[in-house]
Design a protein around this ligand. Structure first.
Ligand code: B16
Ligand code: MG
Length: 211
């Protein structure tokens, strides 16, 4: 008997990496505000929504901003980020990721559960626009990870219960979201060291030994 009936993947940090582009876009904004933002601090933003990321960056300084000012800053960052995403192509998906996805697709329904509002754009840039059976992203949810909403909606879209799905995540916020939603999870990258994850994997193809 198989352990799971479906797999839900986080996008950024699991299928591809847009970390550097997020960093460069936030860095431009932080520099314009003279805030001491660096790559290490950027790691805190992994899996966290755009507005919450901005709040974490603004917390590096003293000044308070109105909601309108914050919206404008988030928009500016996203414009820079989108321009950087234009550089992405199918070459941004590693051979390990692509072969694992193709292998799993033969046996399981697969979904994306991402906090990013740019998910569909990124999937189209990397050549996976029509690959997944369901895509739930930052545009579909009212509460971002660590709230489990994105994964619950993804399971629902696949007509599965949480206990039947394995979530694959690279961020602490995503592993917490999985736990709170009643999902088992596999942690990769930074999340491979987190206690909340049931499995700890080095590369995506390690999933083939679990599923
Ligand atoms: P956007 P994931 C997350 O994607 C990123 O890890 C996180 O750094 C970003 O702030 C968030 O998406 C929102 O992204 O500004 O594009 O809406 O890891 O959940 O796939
Ligand atoms: Mg991620």
């Amino acid at each position: 008997m198989r352990k799971y009936d479906a797999v839900i993947f986080d996008l950024d940090g699991v299928i591809c990496s847009t970390d550097e582009y997020h960093y460069l876009a936030w860095k431009e904004l932080a520099d314009s505000l003279a805030l001491p933002f660096d790559r290490q601090y950027n790691n805190k933003l992994r899996g966290v929504s755009r507005l919450e990321s901005l709040n974490l960056i603004l917390a590096l300084g003293e000044r308070q901003y109105s909601d309108e000012e914050k919206q404008a800053m988030a928009q500016k960052k996203n414009d820079t980020y989108r321009r950087l995403l234009e550089k992405m192509s199918p070459a941004d998906v590693s051979d390990d990721v692509l072969s694992t996805l193709n292998e799993l697709k033969r046996k399981y329904p697969l979904a994306i559960g991402s906090s990013s509002r740019n998910t569909k754009f990124i999937l189209s840039r990397i050549g996976l626009a029509d690959f997944f059976d369901a895509v739930i992203d930052g545009n579909d949810i009212s509460a971002s990870k660590p709230d489990p909403e994105v994964f619950l909606k993804a399971a629902d879209a696949l007509s599965q219960r949480p206990s039947s799905c394995l979530v694959v995540e690279d961020a602490a916020a995503g592993i917490e979201a999985a736990v709170r939603g009643g999902f088992d999870s596999a942690g990769i990258g930074d999340a491979s060291r987190l206690d909340g994850a049931k499995y700890h994997i080095e590369r995506l193809s390690d999933l083939l030994g679990i599923l």
